[in-house]
Design a protein around this ligand. Structure first.
Ligand SMILES: Cc1ncc(C[n+]2csc(CCOP(=O)(O)OP(=O)(O)O)c2C)c(N)n1
Ligand SMILES: [Mg+2]
Length: 283
C-alpha cells in the first residue's frame, strides 16, 4: 500500500465540534509514526465497535473491521492470534467497552493480549442520541434519564489496573499532541494497552470547560509503581470536580497471551496447529 495521508474521502457525519475529529488526527499521526519506524501499513488493523466512534473505520484509510457493539476485543484477539505479526488496535465507545462489552475489556487485560484498546469516552451513548453510560456522572440528564441518572459512575482506570492491564493511560480530545503521543506509546507497548480518552460529545455531553479547567498532565509520576498508579487513578472518580490527570499511569511488560501459544509444549508446527493444540488443551 502506498504511503498516503490515511484519511478516506468518505463523507464525514460527526457533529461540528465532535472530539472524534481530534481522535482521528491523533490516531492518524500515531500510525504515521509507526510507519516511519518501519511497520508496514498493511500490518496495521483497526477494529471498531458500533457508535459514533466506530466511524473511524470509515474515515481512516487503513485496514479495518467494523465489529458489533461491545465486541471489538474478541475480534481483535482473534486477528492477533491468527497473525501475531499484525499491530491490532480497537476504537471502542464507552457504551461499547464499559457497558455491553465490559467482560471482554476485563479479560483482554487479564490475558494480556497484545492489542491496543482506545476508549472514546464521551460518557454518553452518542449515536443513539444521549443515554447515560457507566461513566456518566450522577444526575446526568439524557434521553433515558430526564430526571438525572440515578447511579454513580465507575472508575475504569481502577478497573483496568485491578484486571492486570500492563499499560493504563488517560488522555483527552482537548489535547491533540498529548493524545497522539499516548496512542503512539500504547501502540508500541508489548501486551494489552488501554487508553481512556475523555472525549467531548458536542451535542449530548460537552464538558470541554471541565476538562480544560481540571485537567493536568502527569509529571514526577513513576509508571512502574503500581500503588502510585492506583493512587493517581483514584484522584478523580468521573463524578466530582477534582483534578483530572492525563498521562501514563502504569506500565509493566509481561508475557502476552499469544506468546504463550508458542511456548506451549504441544505447539510445534503451523500457527493453526498451535492454536488448535492450545484450545484442545493437549499438554
Ligand atoms: C448488540 C447491540 N446492542 C445495542 C446496540 C444499539 N447501539 C448502537 S450504538 C449504541 C451506543 C453507542 O454508544 P458508545 O459505545 O458510547 O459510542 P458513541 O456513539 O458514544 O461513540 C447502542 C446501544 C447495537 N447496535 N447492537
Ligand atoms: Mg459514548
Amino acid at each position: 500500500m502506498p504511503e498516503k495521508n490515511l484519511i478516506t474521502g468518505a463523507q464525514n457525519t460527526w457533529c461540528p465540534g465532535c472530539g472524534n475529529f481530534t481522535l482521528q488526527f491523533a490516531l492518524r499521526n500515531a500510525i504515521k509514526g509507526l510507519i516511519a519506524d518501519g511497520v508496514p501499513l498493511e500490518n496495521i488493523v483497526l477494529v471498531t465497535g458500533i457508535g459514533c466512534h466506530a466511524k473511524m473505520g470509515d474515515y481512516l484509510d487503513i485496514n479495518s473491521f467494523y465489529s458489533i457493539h461491545g465486541r471489538t476485543i474478541p475480534v481483535a484477539t482473534g486477528i492477533k492470534l491468527a497473525n501475531p505479526d499484525l499491530t491490532v488496535l480497537c476504537c471502542a465507545g464507552d457504551g461499547d467497552a464499559y457497558a455491553e462489552g465490559l467482560d471482554h475489556l476485563i479479560f483482554g487485560a487479564k490475558r494480556n493480549t497484545d492489542i491496543t484498546v482506545i476508549v472514546h469516552n464521551n460518557r454518553v451513548y452518542g449515536l443513539t442520541t444521549g443515554q447515560y453510560t457507566p461513566t456518566s456522572p450522577l444526575g446526568f440528564r439524557g434521553k433515558s434519564t430526564p430526571q438525572g441518572a440515578p447511579e454513580e459512575p465507575f472508575n475504569p482506570l481502577i478497573l483496568m489496573l485491578a484486571s492486570g492491564a500492563g499499560f493504563v493511560a488517560r488522555s483527552t480530545s482537548r489535547k491533540m499532541p498529548h493524545l497522539s503521543g499516548i496512542i503512539g506509546q500504547a501502540l508500541r507497548h508489548k501486551g494489552f494497552s488501554y487508553v481512556d480518552v475523555l472525549q467531548i460529545c458536542a451535542t449530548y455531553f460537552n464538558v470541554s470547560e471541565l476538562y480544560d479547567r481540571q485537567g493536568y498532565e502527569l509529571s514526577d509520576h513513576d509508571p512502574s509503581d503500581f500503588s502510585a498508579a492506583c493512587a493517581k487513578a483514584e484522584e478523580w472518580d468521573y463524578n466530582s470536580d477534582a483534578p483530572i490527570a492525563f498521562g501514563l499511569f502504569y506500565q509493566e511488560e509481561k508475557t502476552s497471551f499469544e506468546e504463550r501459544f508458542s511456548r506451549h509444549p504441544a505447539s510445534p508446527g503451523s500457527r493453526n496447529e498451535q492454536i488448535r493444540a492450545f484450545l484442545e488443551m493437549k499438554r
